[in-house]
Design a protein around this ligand. Structure first.
Ligand code: ADP
Ligand code: ADP
Length: 223
């Protein structure tokens, strides 16, 4: 990775495919932060900001938050100091409008460097999402079976309470999967056509996915 160029990676994949888990692991290797639009919205919901109040209406139904506010939020986030060398975009873009807005935002940096597509079956992601538990205070993510905390219901990192996200209930997840196939999956073709798409088998164990991801980054010269 050259010192002067900012590197922007996009993680694409259905809800529950492991984007957040891998983004958190990869930020140490790459020295650039994870920027998760879902996390940013959840922080705003928790703080009851006007953005949070608006976003919650859509999140609770498993719908996308309107593009205009989402794009503005990401544009502001990418101007922050910790993004000086780039970022790992987790959950953005999620449709073609957001993808072309991102192209414009990153025009001076040569655009998106690489898009990693996490492929996993509906059954697998459904199992993962319904078992996902998140720390109320620090946002650390667990899974009741695949990645349980040491003590049930308690975060290993800061002792916070673990909760099931409101939008991780099976009925809402079904709609989120529908929204993914309808609005987000066209991005696979969009980035493929640009020669930026790389696929990782997201159904493997977390360590195997990380290994595949690192190999990919090395082969593209980012590590
Ligand atoms: P997951 O990690 O399970 O894919 P996220 O945490 O990324 O879910 O997103 C949770 C919710 O936040 C989405 O269902 C949607 O309502 C909202 N959201 C997140 N990212 C975006 C985005 N790029 N555009 C619009 N809405 C978004
Ligand atoms: P996403 O950000 O794509 O919605 P997460 O990273 O939050 O996905 O993962 C969804 C759930 O599945 C979490 O509970 C997480 O602990 C678990 N998980 C993540 N990756 C794997 C994996 N490779 N195998 C099994 N469980 C996983």
């Amino acid at each position: 990775m050259t010192a002067s160029k900012r590197i922007f990676l996009v993680l694409l994949g259905p809800p529950g495919s492991g984007k957040g888990t891998q983004a958190r692991r990869l930020q140490e290797h790459l020295g650039i932060p994870q920027v998760s639009t879902g996390d940013l919205f959840r922080c705003n919901v928790k703080a009851e900001t006007p953005l949070g109040v608006l976003a919650k209406r859509y999140m609770d139904k498993g719908e996308l938050v309107p593009d205009k506010v989402t794009i503005r939020m990401v544009a502001q986030r990418l101007q922050e100091e910790d993004c000086a060398n780039g970022a790992i975009l987790d959950g953005f873009p999620r449709n073609l409008i957001q993808a072309s807005a991102l192209d414009e935002l990153l025009a001076a940096d040569g655009g998106v460097a690489l898009v990693v597509w996490f492929n996993a079956s509906d059954e697998e992601v459904m199992n993962r999402i319904t078992g996902r538990r998140v720390c109320r205070s620090c946002g650390q993510v667990y899974h009741m079976m695949f990645n349980p905390p040491q003590q049930e219901g308690v975060c290993d990192v800061d002792g916070g309470e673990l909760y099931l996200r409101a939008d991780d209930q099976p009925e809402t997840v079904k709609n989120r999967l529908y929204v993914y196939y309808k609005q987000s999956s066209p991005l696979v073709g969009y980035y493929y056509a640009k020669g930026l798409l790389a696929e990782v088998d997201g159904s493997q164990s977390p360590d195997a996915v990380t290994e595949a991801f690192l190999t990919l980054l090395k082969s593209h010269g980012y590590l």
